[in-house]
Design a protein around this ligand. Structure first.
Ligand code: ZN
Ligand code: ZN
Length: 247
């Protein structure tokens, strides 16, 4: 088995709150500098910047998980990941269909653009990406499952936009692949208040919105190789794969 460093929660220039410096080029460079093996691209309610990151990262041997940080109807942030561009595109159509038609106020939130390998603008999302979509957490999970993706409620210890801040509990029918926690989380306390977490893999990541944050926190995964199915096995502690350490 081998050890891989994974920072699975990174925003790009496309997120309104993401720095304009967060181009695919800068993200890949910084991830490599920080010694990461895997990065997750998780813009708010959009997957449109993923493909360019994959293209750039592939040339440098960096693995990319493609997805989005979805804001559910209950305002719970959930990370979602998909194995193929085809599935990612189906999920993008789902997001487009369920994102409310509230225009982005660029003065207030900044531009929501996605760019190519050389940082030329490819497009701009006119609807505000940090709105909640009109789908419940169960509906989002069901959609992710139908595409055989990964479903990971984000930063569950946070006082806003998290599973426990918004719902107060883990719905019994929810079956996440893992949960995210911030570096501030006291996991012993969390598990005491929410015993269901004991059975789940917990991931730590940077939730980077600017380049310097990438790789400041990450999760070490023990796996044979670095790919989507191995990561799924590691999250479910199967076949000797596991989450080894939170940094
Ligand atoms: Zn979030
Ligand atoms: Zn985030």
């Amino acid at each position: 088995m081998n050890l891989f460093k994974a920072d699975l929660h990174i925003h790009t220039v496309l997120s309104p709150c993401g720095s304009l410096e967060m181009s695919p080029k800068v993200i890949v460079e910084r991830a490599l500098e920080m010694g990461l093996d895997i990065i997750g691209i998780t813009d708010h309610n959009s997957t449109l910047q993923c493909e360019v990151v994959v293209k750039l990262a592939g040339k440098k041997g960096l693995t990319v998980l493609c997805g989005a940080e979805v804001t559910t109807k209950e305002e719970v942030h959930c990370l979602t990941f998909f194995e193929t561009f085809e599935k990612l595109e189906t999920f993008q159509q789902y997001l487009d269909q369920h994102l409310p038609d509230i225009p982005n106020d660029t003065e207030m939130f900044g531009h929501q653009v996605w760019v190519d390998e050389d940082e030329n603008i490819l497009g701009e999302e006119s609807r505000l990406l940090i709105s909640a979509i009109d789908q419940s957490i169960e509906e989002v999970e069901a959609m992710v499952r139908s595409l055989d993706g990964l479903f990971i409620p984000a930063h569950v210890d946070r006082g806003r936009f998290s599973l426990y801040s918004q719902l107060g509990f883990m719905p019994s029918d929810l079956k996440p692949d893992a949960v995210g926690a911030t570096f501030r989380a006291n996991m012993d306390e969390m598990i005491k208040s929410h015993p269901e977490l004991k059975k789940l893999a917990i991931l730590r990541s940077s939730d980077a919105h600017f380049p310097e944050a990438i790789g400041t926190h990450y999760t070490v995964l023990e796996m044979e190789q670095c790919n989507f199915s191995e990561i799924r096995l590691a999250l479910h502690q199967k076949d000797g794969r596991k989450v080894k350490e939170l940094v």
